[in-house]
Ligand binder design. Structure first.
Ligand SMILES: *[C@@H]1O[C@H](CO)[C@@H](O)[C@H](O)[C@H]1NC(C)=O
Ligand SMILES: *[C@@H]1O[C@H](CO)[C@@H](O)[C@H](O)[C@H]1NC(C)=O
Ligand SMILES: *[C@@H]1O[C@H](CO)[C@@H](O)[C@H](O)[C@H]1NC(C)=O
Ligand SMILES: *[C@@H]1O[C@H](CO)[C@@H](O)[C@H](O)[C@H]1NC(C)=O
Ligand SMILES: *[C@@H]1O[C@H](CO)[C@@H](O)[C@H](O)[C@H]1NC(C)=O
Ligand SMILES: *[C@@H]1O[C@H](CO)[C@@H](O)[C@H](O)[C@H]1NC(C)=O
Ligand SMILES: *[C@@H]1O[C@H](CO)[C@@H](O)[C@H](O)[C@H]1NC(C)=O
Ligand SMILES: *[C@@H]1O[C@H](CO)[C@@H](O)[C@H](O)[C@H]1NC(C)=O
Length: 412
């Protein structure tokens, strides 16, 4: 206390304010059509600045920050692409990047995008509402402009939430369960869909008799062919299953040839996106625990809320040489505005994550290189096209696409 008073006496303020030091100038600058470069990660903003925290109804992004007593980052808000690392950002954008809003869709979650190259079609899912909705959606990329139609497999699959392509088939993580959906029982499960015949087959639907909670997302390990999947608790919160969680949140590995299921991690609050680097030596998983709810069957399905002090982190793990376990968990990225939902790794090893109103592109150390900004909440995305250089994004209310130079991994 005495020290403070002394300081105030010895150094009287000139006027009434200290001059602000170190400000990032300019914060941003146009650097191409609908491209804005953010300098030095906007590390020193002019006072007074403030950014509202996210709520489920209003997901905040960096461009919502108000600086210098109320001015908005207009330029940042309007750009389709925000470049944070110029050299690598321009490399992955290529000479002629574009962002295009393609389809208005319902406000439901849109997920599980899987590109079937042999058909040049993109399969995706729509979760409730309405509850019990059974068809998936297909974007036919052979037509110009592409069309969006409903698609029903045989038998129908309820609520795929994650998907990939392997051995000629779509592999779905079906996230819902109920005694009677369209007249028959379905449980949270791994399914395959043969896009040639439209036939679906169940691979697993229980863990020693217990229902999985919400198989959310999955990835096939490139050398072992095992299916790794996350199992958070959202289906109970969102009323997609009739049974409260019977298992802790965890992530698993399914060995297709033996049928055995192994837990690979049970430390993540709400494990969500999962993806391998091209070598299969690293697995990334996201923790979306910031979107959460209490579990108490007495109170039914509570929906979920966003808590800004809870985790919204992308983690990396090393994968053991034999592909059986994940170890050395470390955080690589904390999403600022919302939880990192969909997660995929590009052919060059860059991490791509859906983070609310956009998609962030990170290098393997987690450095943000580029953000794609959207006017709707993105759940997931998939690469399409002969060179896998088109990225289709989908979420609540929208489907859009990006043309750029960052290729996806070929799924075989
Ligand atoms: C924060 O949100 C409130 C309520 O929606 C709004 O009135 C206010 O302008 C917002 N502040 C900023 C900095 O966006
Ligand atoms: C959402 O947040 C933005 C930025 O903080 C604010 O300008 C806007 O008014 C908010 N919208 C609603 C519906 O609260
Ligand atoms: C912010 O507002 C205060 C009080 O109105 C003023 O003294 C100050 O100069 C303003 N700062 C900027 C950066 O506009
Ligand atoms: C099961 O799903 C149907 C919609 O197909 C829904 O009407 C019903 O309420 C669900 N039952 C439970 C117990 O959640
Ligand atoms: C599979 O479904 C699609 C879309 O509904 C349909 O065009 C196609 O003929 C079906 N294929 C078979 C083999 O039934
Ligand atoms: C999967 O199971 C098969 C059959 O038991 C076994 O040969 C193979 O090594 C297992 N794969 C892994 C990655 O453990
Ligand atoms: C958010 O989480 C913190 C713990 O990090 C907890 O103390 C707080 O009560 C939570 N807020 C809400 C609104 O649930
Ligand atoms: C997003 O933008 C597209 C076109 O730019 C528009 O059609 C769509 O309605 C917008 N969606 C929202 C939720 O604002």
């Amino acid at each position: 206390m005495r020290g403070l008073r002394l300081l105030a006496c010895s150094y009287p303020l000139v006027g009434s304010t200290w001059a602000q030091t170190g400000m990032t100038k300019p914060i941003s600058e146009a650097c191409g059509p609908s491209l804005v470069c953010v300098n030095r990660y906007a590390n020193v903003l002019p006072y007074h600045f403030y950014r509202n925290v996210t709520t489920m109804g209003n997901i905040s992004s960096f461009s919502d920050t108000r600086v210098a007593n109320g001015s908005m980052l207009e330029e940042v808000k309007l750009a389709d692409f925000l470049v944070f690392d110029k050299q690598r950002g321009f490399e992955i954008l290529g000479p002629n990047p574009s962002y295009e809003f393609m389809f208005t869709v319902s406000d439901a979650v849109h997920e599980a995008p899987v590109y079937v190259a042999s058909q040049n079609k993109l399969y995706l899912s729509q979760l409730a509402p309405p509850p019990g909705y059974l068809p998936q959606l297909v974007v036919d990329l052979n037509l110009d402009p592409p069309t969006l139609t409903e698609y029903l497999s045989d038998p129908p699959v309820y609520a795929p939430n994650g998907g990939t392509f392997h051995n000629g088939k779509i592999v779905w993580g079906a996230s819902g369960g109920n005694r009677s959906i369209g007249g028959s029982e379905q449980r949270v499960s791994l399914r395959t869909l043969d896009p040639k015949t439209n036939k679906s087959v169940t691979l697993i639907n229980n863990y020693f008799g217990y229902y999985f909670n919400t198989i959310d997302d999955l990835a096939v390990h490139p050398s072992t062919g095992d299916i790794w999947f996350t199992d958070p608790q959202y289906s109970w919160f969102n009323g997609l299953t009739d049974t409260a969680p019977q298992l802790p949140s965890a992530s698993y590995r399914y060995n297709v040839s033996s049928g055995a299921i192994f837990v690979i991690d049970d430390s993540i609050g709400q494990p969500n996106g999962i993806a391998f680097n091209p070598e299969g030596s690293i697995v990334y998983m996201t923790d979306t625990a910031a979107v959460n709810a209490p579990i108490d069957p007495k109170f039914g399905h509570p929906g979920s809320t966003f808590n800004t002090t809870q985790r919204r982190t992308v983690y990396a793990f090393d994968v053991s040489e034999d592909g059986t376990s994940a170890y050395n968990k470390r955080p690589v990225y904390m999403a600022s505005g919302f939880v990192p939902d969909g997660l995929k790794v590009a052919a060059n090893g860059y991490i791509v994550a859906g983070v609310g109103r956009g998609v962030d592109i990170l290098d393997p150390s987690g450095q943000l290189i580029l953000t794609i900004q959207t006017n709707y909440t993105v759940q997931n995305f998939a690469w399409t096209g002969p060179e896998l250089k088109t990225l289709w994004l989908m979420g609540n209310g929208g489907i859009s696409k990006v043309e750029w130079a960052l290729a996806g991994q070929e799924l075989k």
